[in-house]
Design a protein. Sequence first.
Length: 482
Amino acid sequence: MRIGIIGGGIAGLTAAALLSEAYDVVVYEGAREWGGSAGKFSRGEFTFAAGATLGMGFERGGIHERVLSHLGISLEAELLREVMIIELDGQRITYHKDKRKFVKHLSEIFEADKEGIVSFYEELDQIVSRIEPIMETLPVLPLRTSGDIKALLPHTVDGLMIAPYLMQTVKTLLARHGLLGTTFERMVDGILLDSMQTGIEASALLGAIALTIYHRGAYYVPGGLFRIADALKEKALENGAELQMGRQMTGIRRVPNGFLLSDRRGRFELVDELICAMPIEGVMKISDSSIERMLKKTYRHQQKLSQWATFTYYAAIPEHLVQDGALFRQVHDRTLPSGHAFISLSKIGDEYRAPTGYRTLTMSCHIEIGRFSKERNLYAVQEQEMQQVFERILEGQFPGFNQHALERLPGGPGAWVRYTFRPDGGVGGYPQLPGSSLFRAASFRTGLSGLSIIGDTIFPGAGTIGVTTSAIHVARMYGVDI
Protein backbone atom coordinates (compact mmCIF):
# COMPACT_ATOMS: atom_id res chain seq x y z
CA MET A 1 0.00 0.00 0.00
CA ARG A 2 1.28 3.44 -0.96
CA ILE A 3 0.56 6.16 1.61
CA GLY A 4 0.85 9.78 0.54
CA ILE A 5 1.60 12.51 3.07
CA ILE A 6 1.05 16.16 2.14
CA GLY A 7 3.20 18.40 4.35
CA GLY A 8 6.76 18.01 5.56
CA GLY A 9 6.47 19.69 8.93
CA ILE A 10 7.01 17.89 12.23
CA ALA A 11 3.63 16.10 11.99
CA GLY A 12 4.13 14.88 8.43
CA LEU A 13 7.72 13.78 8.94
CA THR A 14 6.86 11.98 12.19
CA ALA A 15 4.14 10.05 10.38
CA ALA A 16 6.53 9.33 7.50
CA ALA A 17 9.32 8.04 9.76
CA LEU A 18 6.95 5.79 11.71
CA LEU A 19 4.94 4.44 8.78
CA SER A 20 7.86 3.91 6.41
CA GLU A 21 8.99 1.04 8.61
CA ALA A 22 6.11 -1.02 7.19
CA TYR A 23 4.62 0.88 4.24
CA ASP A 24 5.53 2.52 0.94
CA VAL A 25 5.44 6.22 1.90
CA VAL A 26 5.81 9.38 -0.17
CA VAL A 27 5.91 12.90 1.31
CA TYR A 28 5.09 16.03 -0.67
CA GLU A 29 6.40 19.33 0.74
CA GLY A 30 5.68 22.53 -1.14
CA ALA A 31 8.42 24.62 0.46
CA ARG A 32 12.19 24.43 0.00
CA GLU A 33 12.79 23.60 3.66
CA TRP A 34 11.60 20.79 5.90
CA GLY A 35 10.00 21.50 9.25
CA GLY A 36 7.06 23.76 8.41
CA SER A 37 6.35 26.19 11.24
CA ALA A 38 9.27 24.63 13.15
CA GLY A 39 11.62 24.99 10.19
CA LYS A 40 14.54 27.31 9.48
CA PHE A 41 16.04 29.56 6.84
CA SER A 42 19.51 30.99 6.30
CA ARG A 43 20.94 34.34 5.34
CA GLY A 44 24.69 34.34 4.76
CA GLU A 45 26.42 32.88 7.80
CA PHE A 46 23.29 32.99 9.94
CA THR A 47 20.49 30.45 10.42
CA PHE A 48 17.17 31.49 11.90
CA ALA A 49 14.49 29.38 13.55
CA ALA A 50 11.19 30.10 11.77
CA GLY A 51 9.31 30.34 15.07
CA ALA A 52 10.36 31.54 18.52
CA THR A 53 9.79 28.20 20.19
CA LEU A 54 10.95 26.29 23.25
CA GLY A 55 11.81 22.59 23.03
CA MET A 56 9.41 20.33 24.90
CA GLY A 57 8.87 16.59 25.23
CA PHE A 58 12.49 15.42 25.43
CA GLU A 59 12.29 14.16 29.02
CA ARG A 60 12.02 10.41 29.64
CA GLY A 61 8.53 9.42 28.53
CA GLY A 62 8.04 12.74 26.74
CA ILE A 63 6.45 12.75 23.29
CA HIS A 64 9.62 13.42 21.29
CA GLU A 65 11.66 11.07 23.48
CA ARG A 66 9.17 8.28 22.76
CA VAL A 67 9.30 8.80 19.01
CA LEU A 68 13.06 9.29 18.79
CA SER A 69 13.70 6.26 21.01
CA HIS A 70 11.32 4.12 18.95
CA LEU A 71 13.14 5.14 15.78
CA GLY A 72 16.62 4.77 17.26
CA ILE A 73 17.43 8.45 16.80
CA SER A 74 19.77 10.36 19.11
CA LEU A 75 19.25 14.12 19.27
CA GLU A 76 20.95 16.59 21.58
CA ALA A 77 18.59 18.61 23.80
CA GLU A 78 19.84 20.66 26.74
CA LEU A 79 17.61 20.88 29.83
CA LEU A 80 16.92 24.43 31.00
CA ARG A 81 16.99 25.07 34.74
CA GLU A 82 15.66 28.56 34.06
CA VAL A 83 13.04 28.18 31.34
CA MET A 84 12.58 31.83 30.48
CA ILE A 85 12.37 35.37 31.78
CA ILE A 86 9.00 37.14 31.89
CA GLU A 87 9.08 40.94 31.97
CA LEU A 88 5.77 42.35 33.11
CA ASP A 89 4.85 45.71 34.67
CA GLY A 90 8.43 46.38 35.74
CA GLN A 91 8.83 42.90 37.25
CA ARG A 92 11.44 40.44 36.01
CA ILE A 93 10.10 36.95 36.69
CA THR A 94 12.36 33.91 36.35
CA TYR A 95 10.44 30.83 35.27
CA HIS A 96 12.29 28.12 37.22
CA LYS A 97 12.02 24.46 36.21
CA ASP A 98 11.83 23.58 39.90
CA LYS A 99 8.14 24.16 40.70
CA ARG A 100 8.61 24.81 44.40
CA LYS A 101 11.28 27.37 43.64
CA PHE A 102 9.05 29.00 41.03
CA VAL A 103 6.00 29.26 43.31
CA LYS A 104 8.20 30.67 46.09
CA HIS A 105 9.64 33.19 43.62
CA LEU A 106 6.14 34.25 42.52
CA SER A 107 5.01 34.54 46.13
CA GLU A 108 7.87 36.95 46.81
CA ILE A 109 7.21 39.05 43.72
CA PHE A 110 3.44 39.19 44.20
CA GLU A 111 3.51 39.17 47.99
CA ALA A 112 -0.01 40.58 48.39
CA ASP A 113 -1.39 37.59 46.45
CA LYS A 114 0.88 34.96 48.01
CA GLU A 115 -1.87 32.90 49.62
CA GLY A 116 -3.95 32.76 46.44
CA ILE A 117 -0.95 31.88 44.26
CA VAL A 118 0.06 28.99 46.52
CA SER A 119 -3.49 27.58 46.65
CA PHE A 120 -3.90 28.09 42.87
CA TYR A 121 -0.84 25.93 42.14
CA GLU A 122 -2.01 23.36 44.68
CA GLU A 123 -5.25 23.00 42.73
CA LEU A 124 -3.34 22.78 39.45
CA ASP A 125 -1.31 19.93 40.96
CA GLN A 126 -4.50 18.13 41.98
CA ILE A 127 -5.90 18.42 38.45
CA VAL A 128 -2.65 17.33 36.80
CA SER A 129 -2.29 14.32 39.12
CA ARG A 130 -5.58 13.05 37.67
CA ILE A 131 -5.37 14.08 34.03
CA GLU A 132 -1.67 13.40 33.42
CA PRO A 133 -1.93 9.58 33.73
CA ILE A 134 -4.72 9.70 31.15
CA MET A 135 -2.84 11.96 28.73
CA GLU A 136 0.36 9.91 29.01
CA THR A 137 -1.46 7.03 27.27
CA LEU A 138 -2.06 9.42 24.35
CA PRO A 139 -5.83 8.91 24.19
CA VAL A 140 -7.60 9.53 20.90
CA LEU A 141 -10.12 12.33 21.26
CA PRO A 142 -12.85 12.98 20.41
CA LEU A 143 -14.05 9.40 20.87
CA ARG A 144 -15.00 7.85 17.56
CA THR A 145 -14.58 4.07 17.93
CA SER A 146 -15.06 1.37 20.52
CA GLY A 147 -11.28 1.10 20.67
CA ASP A 148 -11.04 4.78 21.66
CA ILE A 149 -13.50 4.18 24.50
CA LYS A 150 -11.83 0.94 25.59
CA ALA A 151 -8.48 2.70 25.94
CA LEU A 152 -9.98 5.13 28.46
CA LEU A 153 -11.74 2.54 30.63
CA PRO A 154 -8.71 1.91 32.93
CA HIS A 155 -8.82 5.62 33.78
CA THR A 156 -12.49 5.78 34.74
CA VAL A 157 -11.81 6.84 38.34
CA ASP A 158 -9.44 9.64 37.31
CA GLY A 159 -11.92 10.69 34.64
CA LEU A 160 -14.77 10.96 37.12
CA MET A 161 -12.61 12.99 39.50
CA ILE A 162 -11.81 15.62 36.86
CA ALA A 163 -15.22 15.61 35.14
CA PRO A 164 -16.39 18.72 37.06
CA TYR A 165 -13.56 20.66 35.40
CA LEU A 166 -14.58 19.78 31.83
CA MET A 167 -16.48 23.01 31.20
CA GLN A 168 -14.46 25.19 33.57
CA THR A 169 -11.78 27.66 32.50
CA VAL A 170 -8.52 28.83 34.00
CA LYS A 171 -10.37 32.06 34.72
CA THR A 172 -12.69 30.01 36.96
CA LEU A 173 -9.66 28.72 38.88
CA LEU A 174 -8.14 32.19 39.23
CA ALA A 175 -11.42 33.56 40.55
CA ARG A 176 -11.64 30.75 43.08
CA HIS A 177 -8.31 31.83 44.53
CA GLY A 178 -8.96 35.57 44.43
CA LEU A 179 -6.49 36.26 41.62
CA LEU A 180 -8.64 37.97 38.99
CA GLY A 181 -7.56 41.50 38.20
CA THR A 182 -4.01 40.94 39.45
CA THR A 183 -0.69 41.21 37.64
CA PHE A 184 -0.31 37.48 38.28
CA GLU A 185 -3.44 36.94 36.16
CA ARG A 186 -1.79 38.82 33.29
CA MET A 187 1.27 36.61 33.59
CA VAL A 188 -0.87 33.47 33.43
CA ASP A 189 -2.81 34.89 30.48
CA GLY A 190 0.41 35.46 28.54
CA ILE A 191 1.77 31.97 29.22
CA LEU A 192 -1.50 30.39 28.10
CA LEU A 193 -1.78 32.44 24.92
CA ASP A 194 1.65 31.29 23.75
CA SER A 195 0.81 27.62 24.30
CA MET A 196 -2.98 27.33 23.98
CA GLN A 197 -3.89 30.11 21.52
CA THR A 198 -6.13 31.71 24.13
CA GLY A 199 -5.63 33.30 27.52
CA ILE A 200 -7.41 32.63 30.80
CA GLU A 201 -10.55 31.51 28.93
CA ALA A 202 -8.61 28.29 28.20
CA SER A 203 -9.90 24.90 29.30
CA ALA A 204 -9.09 24.40 32.99
CA LEU A 205 -7.93 20.83 32.35
CA LEU A 206 -5.56 21.63 29.49
CA GLY A 207 -4.61 24.92 31.10
CA ALA A 208 -3.44 23.06 34.21
CA ILE A 209 -1.13 20.99 32.01
CA ALA A 210 0.13 24.06 30.12
CA LEU A 211 0.90 25.91 33.36
CA THR A 212 2.88 23.02 34.84
CA ILE A 213 4.43 21.35 31.79
CA TYR A 214 7.62 23.42 31.87
CA HIS A 215 8.38 21.86 35.24
CA ARG A 216 8.61 18.47 33.52
CA GLY A 217 11.35 19.90 31.34
CA ALA A 218 11.96 22.62 28.76
CA TYR A 219 14.92 22.28 26.42
CA TYR A 220 17.27 24.13 24.13
CA VAL A 221 17.96 22.17 20.95
CA PRO A 222 21.26 23.26 19.37
CA GLY A 223 20.48 24.64 15.94
CA GLY A 224 16.75 24.80 16.61
CA LEU A 225 13.71 22.55 16.45
CA PHE A 226 14.27 22.07 12.73
CA ARG A 227 16.81 19.42 13.76
CA ILE A 228 13.89 17.22 14.82
CA ALA A 229 12.57 17.53 11.28
CA ASP A 230 16.01 16.76 9.82
CA ALA A 231 16.39 13.65 12.01
CA LEU A 232 12.91 12.38 11.08
CA LYS A 233 13.56 13.08 7.41
CA GLU A 234 16.78 11.07 7.45
CA LYS A 235 15.09 8.16 9.23
CA ALA A 236 12.23 8.15 6.72
CA LEU A 237 14.74 8.09 3.84
CA GLU A 238 16.66 5.29 5.54
CA ASN A 239 13.42 3.32 5.77
CA GLY A 240 12.84 3.75 2.04
CA ALA A 241 10.36 6.63 2.01
CA GLU A 242 10.27 8.98 -0.96
CA LEU A 243 10.51 12.66 -0.01
CA GLN A 244 9.72 15.32 -2.58
CA MET A 245 10.61 18.90 -1.69
CA GLY A 246 9.20 21.85 -3.63
CA ARG A 247 6.14 19.79 -4.62
CA GLN A 248 3.12 21.93 -3.74
CA MET A 249 -0.07 19.94 -4.06
CA THR A 250 -3.09 21.93 -5.26
CA GLY A 251 -5.72 19.24 -5.79
CA ILE A 252 -7.10 16.13 -4.05
CA ARG A 253 -9.68 13.95 -5.78
CA ARG A 254 -11.16 10.64 -4.64
CA VAL A 255 -10.95 7.95 -7.35
CA PRO A 256 -11.97 4.27 -7.25
CA ASN A 257 -8.44 3.08 -6.46
CA GLY A 258 -7.34 5.78 -4.04
CA PHE A 259 -6.63 9.49 -4.19
CA LEU A 260 -5.46 11.41 -7.23
CA LEU A 261 -3.26 14.36 -6.31
CA SER A 262 -2.29 17.22 -8.58
CA ASP A 263 0.43 19.82 -8.07
CA ARG A 264 0.73 23.43 -9.14
CA ARG A 265 2.55 22.38 -12.34
CA GLY A 266 -0.26 20.11 -13.44
CA ARG A 267 1.48 16.83 -12.59
CA PHE A 268 -0.47 13.96 -11.06
CA GLU A 269 0.22 11.35 -8.38
CA LEU A 270 -1.92 8.38 -7.31
CA VAL A 271 -1.79 7.07 -3.72
CA ASP A 272 -3.85 4.39 -2.01
CA GLU A 273 -4.38 6.36 1.19
CA LEU A 274 -3.65 9.94 2.14
CA ILE A 275 -2.53 11.81 5.27
CA CYS A 276 -2.77 15.60 5.14
CA ALA A 277 -0.31 17.17 7.58
CA MET A 278 -1.77 20.63 7.18
CA PRO A 279 -4.57 22.80 8.60
CA ILE A 280 -8.14 21.64 8.06
CA GLU A 281 -8.85 24.82 6.08
CA GLY A 282 -5.91 24.07 3.80
CA VAL A 283 -7.17 20.55 3.08
CA MET A 284 -10.64 21.88 2.21
CA LYS A 285 -9.12 24.47 -0.10
CA ILE A 286 -7.45 21.89 -2.35
CA SER A 287 -10.07 19.10 -2.15
CA ASP A 288 -12.70 18.32 -4.75
CA SER A 289 -16.34 19.06 -3.94
CA SER A 290 -17.20 15.58 -2.61
CA ILE A 291 -14.29 15.55 -0.15
CA GLU A 292 -14.94 19.17 0.82
CA ARG A 293 -18.57 18.35 1.67
CA MET A 294 -17.50 15.50 3.93
CA LEU A 295 -14.87 17.68 5.66
CA LYS A 296 -17.38 20.46 6.25
CA LYS A 297 -19.69 17.94 7.86
CA THR A 298 -16.96 16.38 10.04
CA TYR A 299 -15.42 19.69 11.06
CA ARG A 300 -18.54 21.87 11.15
CA HIS A 301 -17.74 22.97 14.70
CA GLN A 302 -14.16 23.99 13.82
CA GLN A 303 -15.40 26.20 10.98
CA LYS A 304 -16.71 28.60 13.64
CA LEU A 305 -13.24 28.95 15.15
CA SER A 306 -10.37 31.17 14.07
CA GLN A 307 -6.63 30.79 14.41
CA TRP A 308 -4.19 33.56 15.20
CA ALA A 309 -1.67 34.90 12.73
CA THR A 310 1.77 36.02 13.83
CA PHE A 311 4.26 38.78 13.17
CA THR A 312 7.81 37.47 13.35
CA TYR A 313 11.12 39.27 13.28
CA TYR A 314 14.64 37.90 12.82
CA ALA A 315 18.05 39.42 13.47
CA ALA A 316 21.67 38.59 14.26
CA ILE A 317 23.47 40.46 17.03
CA PRO A 318 27.04 40.62 18.35
CA GLU A 319 27.53 38.57 21.51
CA HIS A 320 28.54 41.61 23.57
CA LEU A 321 24.98 42.99 23.39
CA VAL A 322 23.60 40.10 25.46
CA GLN A 323 23.80 41.04 29.12
CA ASP A 324 22.27 37.96 30.77
CA GLY A 325 22.01 34.22 30.26
CA ALA A 326 18.32 34.03 29.34
CA LEU A 327 17.78 32.21 26.03
CA PHE A 328 14.01 32.68 26.04
CA ARG A 329 12.03 35.65 27.23
CA GLN A 330 8.44 36.86 27.16
CA VAL A 331 8.20 40.65 27.11
CA HIS A 332 4.91 42.37 27.88
CA ASP A 333 4.28 45.66 26.10
CA ARG A 334 0.87 47.26 25.69
CA THR A 335 1.72 48.56 22.19
CA LEU A 336 1.83 44.99 20.87
CA PRO A 337 -1.39 43.56 19.37
CA SER A 338 -1.58 40.70 21.90
CA GLY A 339 0.15 42.57 24.71
CA HIS A 340 3.37 40.59 24.67
CA ALA A 341 6.01 39.01 22.44
CA PHE A 342 8.22 35.95 22.78
CA ILE A 343 11.95 36.06 22.00
CA SER A 344 14.25 33.11 21.49
CA LEU A 345 18.01 33.57 21.29
CA SER A 346 20.65 31.17 20.08
CA LYS A 347 23.08 29.93 22.69
CA ILE A 348 26.72 30.99 22.91
CA GLY A 349 28.75 28.66 20.73
CA ASP A 350 25.76 27.30 18.76
CA GLU A 351 27.50 27.32 15.40
CA TYR A 352 24.49 25.76 13.72
CA ARG A 353 22.95 29.23 14.10
CA ALA A 354 25.74 31.79 14.01
CA PRO A 355 29.54 32.13 13.75
CA THR A 356 31.63 32.78 16.85
CA GLY A 357 30.90 36.17 18.39
CA TYR A 358 27.31 36.38 17.11
CA ARG A 359 23.88 35.08 18.05
CA THR A 360 20.60 34.94 16.14
CA LEU A 361 17.18 35.72 17.52
CA THR A 362 13.57 35.16 16.57
CA MET A 363 10.84 37.35 18.02
CA SER A 364 7.11 36.87 17.48
CA CYS A 365 3.72 38.01 18.70
CA HIS A 366 0.14 37.00 18.02
CA ILE A 367 -1.92 39.18 15.69
CA GLU A 368 -5.49 38.80 14.53
CA ILE A 369 -6.00 37.24 11.11
CA GLY A 370 -7.02 40.05 8.79
CA ARG A 371 -5.13 42.74 10.71
CA PHE A 372 -2.69 43.16 7.82
CA SER A 373 -4.02 44.50 4.55
CA LYS A 374 -3.92 42.41 1.37
CA GLU A 375 -3.06 45.56 -0.58
CA ARG A 376 0.70 45.45 -1.15
CA ASN A 377 1.62 49.05 -0.35
CA LEU A 378 -0.47 49.24 2.82
CA TYR A 379 0.86 45.84 3.91
CA ALA A 380 4.42 47.17 3.54
CA VAL A 381 3.57 50.21 5.69
CA GLN A 382 2.02 48.01 8.40
CA GLU A 383 5.03 45.70 8.33
CA GLN A 384 7.40 48.63 8.75
CA GLU A 385 5.36 49.97 11.68
CA MET A 386 5.48 46.59 13.44
CA GLN A 387 9.19 46.31 12.75
CA GLN A 388 9.74 49.65 14.49
CA VAL A 389 7.79 48.47 17.56
CA PHE A 390 9.81 45.25 17.69
CA GLU A 391 13.11 47.06 17.30
CA ARG A 392 12.22 49.47 20.10
CA ILE A 393 11.55 46.49 22.39
CA LEU A 394 14.74 44.74 21.28
CA GLU A 395 16.77 47.88 21.94
CA GLY A 396 15.49 47.71 25.51
CA GLN A 397 16.43 44.05 25.81
CA PHE A 398 19.81 44.35 24.10
CA PRO A 399 21.12 47.95 24.39
CA GLY A 400 22.92 48.83 21.17
CA PHE A 401 20.65 46.61 19.06
CA ASN A 402 19.60 49.36 16.65
CA GLN A 403 23.21 50.25 15.95
CA HIS A 404 24.75 46.78 15.70
CA ALA A 405 22.06 44.27 14.62
CA LEU A 406 22.56 42.50 11.30
CA GLU A 407 20.14 40.77 8.91
CA ARG A 408 17.01 42.48 10.17
CA LEU A 409 14.17 40.52 8.63
CA PRO A 410 10.50 41.23 9.42
CA GLY A 411 7.88 38.61 8.58
CA GLY A 412 4.17 39.38 8.59
CA PRO A 413 1.40 36.82 8.03
CA GLY A 414 2.03 37.03 4.29
CA ALA A 415 5.42 35.39 4.80
CA TRP A 416 3.75 32.38 6.47
CA VAL A 417 1.37 32.11 3.52
CA ARG A 418 4.22 32.35 1.04
CA TYR A 419 6.73 30.03 2.69
CA THR A 420 4.65 27.55 4.68
CA PHE A 421 1.34 27.76 2.77
CA ARG A 422 -0.66 28.41 5.94
CA PRO A 423 -4.16 29.69 5.00
CA ASP A 424 -4.30 33.43 5.84
CA GLY A 425 -1.02 32.98 7.73
CA GLY A 426 -2.81 31.25 10.61
CA VAL A 427 -0.52 29.30 12.94
CA GLY A 428 -0.83 27.42 16.19
CA GLY A 429 -4.20 25.75 15.73
CA TYR A 430 -7.47 26.67 17.39
CA PRO A 431 -8.04 28.21 20.84
CA GLN A 432 -8.15 25.47 23.48
CA LEU A 433 -11.48 26.48 25.00
CA PRO A 434 -13.77 24.11 26.94
CA GLY A 435 -16.06 24.00 23.93
CA SER A 436 -13.33 23.36 21.35
CA SER A 437 -10.89 20.98 23.04
CA LEU A 438 -10.69 17.43 24.39
CA PHE A 439 -14.01 15.70 23.61
CA ARG A 440 -14.98 18.59 21.34
CA ALA A 441 -11.69 18.84 19.48
CA ALA A 442 -11.08 17.97 15.83
CA SER A 443 -10.41 14.29 15.12
CA PHE A 444 -7.73 12.99 12.79
CA ARG A 445 -10.50 10.82 11.32
CA THR A 446 -12.12 12.81 8.54
CA GLY A 447 -15.15 10.60 8.03
CA LEU A 448 -13.78 9.53 4.64
CA SER A 449 -12.07 6.14 4.45
CA GLY A 450 -8.37 6.39 3.68
CA LEU A 451 -8.08 10.12 4.39
CA SER A 452 -6.63 11.47 7.66
CA ILE A 453 -5.60 14.93 8.82
CA ILE A 454 -2.87 15.64 11.37
CA GLY A 455 -1.18 18.79 12.64
CA ASP A 456 -1.97 21.74 14.87
CA THR A 457 -5.68 22.03 14.03
CA ILE A 458 -6.23 18.41 15.13
CA PHE A 459 -6.38 17.11 18.72
CA PRO A 460 -4.40 17.71 20.87
CA GLY A 461 -3.40 20.93 19.10
CA ALA A 462 -0.42 23.22 18.72
CA GLY A 463 3.29 22.85 19.39
CA THR A 464 5.68 20.16 18.27
CA ILE A 465 4.46 17.77 20.99
CA GLY A 466 0.84 18.35 19.98
CA VAL A 467 1.35 17.73 16.26
CA THR A 468 3.61 14.75 17.00
CA THR A 469 0.83 13.22 19.08
CA SER A 470 -1.61 13.49 16.19
CA ALA A 471 0.95 11.74 13.96
CA ILE A 472 1.28 8.95 16.55
CA HIS A 473 -2.50 8.48 16.52
CA VAL A 474 -2.47 7.95 12.76
CA ALA A 475 0.55 5.66 12.95
CA ARG A 476 -1.20 3.53 15.57
CA MET A 477 -4.24 3.29 13.29
CA TYR A 478 -1.93 1.71 10.70
CA GLY A 479 -0.60 -0.77 13.25
CA VAL A 480 2.57 0.94 14.46
CA ASP A 481 3.22 -0.07 18.07
CA ILE A 482 4.37 3.07 19.84
